[in-house]
Design a protein around this ligand. Structure first.
Ligand code: ZN
Ligand code: ZN
Length: 412
């Protein structure tokens, strides 16, 4: 788009009340500067988007853009250059699915974020944590039981780093912050596919979690914690963690803590849905695969409970390897248990709140980044518009630049 552009005559989404109004949107450089009917075209080019639906670019609150394989151990043994090539393709594809910002929860680093910001690598704006922190034998310790070599040292393209003890956790958090991390990720419980831990385990001592929280807070950052069971979720929240990743097995106390501590829940239902469909062919063991259905069912129930309790819920997908293409299925899953407008808020305004970018990302308003989607159907009327976005997405604008598709009006 030219430096100053008016997108004329589209339907513009107001996320506060979930309504559309017909208005013009003025973009100067990378920013939306005015929205309203009949904007004067002074010093601006015009693009007719009559009949199109304009909404903010989507935000995915839990991704791993470097995870080219569902077997995360592979990443630690692969050249960074190769991992970057895969990440570039994954990030480009995310733009084509409408995601203009993502929060990476392990793997992406300052180099990728810088390449994206400088336009070397098309993709969503990247909020990264570097390596996720894991205890020995925790969800981020990729060693098999028979491997007695030292664990991953938090160098290179792995998802995680192993740290033990308050001092060890402090140092690992400081390393990630030194490299520019936007947040710190900790593994606070077991997981579905990790080689040696149990899903019902808690991980890190309270003192270790508190140390990570203190280091993040010192740098004006925050901690997000991978946690499944209520026991793991609740101790992480009490220690000051700001976002709970997955949260499938939460309880009533978790809901109270999430609300009273102003924390966020970032469910990732689609990763279980995808593992159910394709997990076996991606190397998931029969035992792990058997657990997936229960985790998905409980996850859906937890999103319903959290919604009813008024918890702030953020969109997340957590897909790995060849399953990234299912990113937008998360909309269809959540729409089973939440009103569609709230699912859309989870991927726009609420996600921006979590990123500390309220008012500049996830919203169409003067002063916000010019990140917007141009759709040929109403995403509030039918979940398939976002779930099957390839059928409806005409253009993606990011920072005032058309990065996918092309702008224009609906055919009469
Ligand atoms: Zn996780
Ligand atoms: Zn994850």
């Amino acid at each position: 788009m030219p430096t100053s552009t008016i997108l004329r005559g589209g339907h513009v989404l107001d996320l506060t009340d979930g309504t559309w109004r017909t208005a013009d949107v003025r973009v100067d450089e990378a920013t939306i500067t005015a929205i309203g009917p009949g904007l004067a075209e002074r010093d601006a080019d015009e693009l007719d988007v009559t009949g199109r639906y304009l909404m903010p670019g989507l935000i995915d609150g839990h991704v791993h853009v470097t995870a080219f394989s569902a077997e995360l151990r592979d990443l630690e043994e692969t050249a960074a250059s190769y991992v970057t090539a895969h990440a570039a393709r994954t990030m480009r594809a995310m733009l084509g699915r409408g995601f203009t910002s993502v929060r990476d929860m392990g793997g992406a680093d300052h180099g990728l974020a810088r390449a994206q910001a400088e336009g070397l690598l098309p993709g969503p704006r990247l909020f990264f944590c570097g390596h996720a922190l894991s205890q020995t034998g925790g969800h981020g310790d990729m060693r098999l039981p028979g491997d007695d070599r030292p664990p991953a040292a938090g160098l290179g393209p792995g998802i995680s780093t192993v740290a033990d003890g308050v001092d060890g956790v402090r140092r690992a958090a400081r390393e990630e912050l030194r490299r520019g991390a936007d947040h710190i990720k900790i593994m606070a419980s077991g997981g579905v596919a990790s080689p040696t831990d149990r899903i019902d385990s808690t991980q890190f001592s309270i003192a270790e979690i508190a140390a990570a929280v203190e280091e993040a807070a010192a740098a004006n950052r925050y901690v997000g914690a991978h946690a499944y069971t209520a026991r793991a979720i609740n101790r992480a929240l009490r220690a000051g963690v700001r976002s709970i990743e997955h949260g499938n097995l939460l309880d009533a106390e978790s809901l109270t803590l999430l609300r009273t501590r102003d924390a966020f829940l970032v469910p990732t239902l689609v990763t279980y849905w995808a593992l159910q469909r394709e997990g076996r062919q991606h190397g998931l063991s029969a035992t792990s695969w058997a657990k997936v259905e229960a985790v998905l069912d409980r996850g859906l129930a937890s999103v319903r409970l959290a919604h009813e309790a008024g918890v702030r819920i953020v969109f997340g997908s957590d897909l790995l390897g060849g399953m990234h293409r299912y990113q937008n299925e998360e909309f269809r899953l959540r729409a089973q248990v939440q009103p569609l407008i709230d699912v859309i808020r989870s991927a726009t305004t609420t996600a921006a709140d979590l990123l500390g970018r309220s008012g500049t990302l996830g919203v169409l308003a003067p002063g916000a980044a010019a990140d917007l989607l141009v759709l040929d159907a109403d995403p509030l009327a039918d979940v398939t518009v976002l779930a099957d976005i390839g059928d409806h997405l005409r253009a993606v604008v990011q920072g005032g630049v058309v990065v996918h598709g092309a702008l224009g009006p609906s055919p009469r």
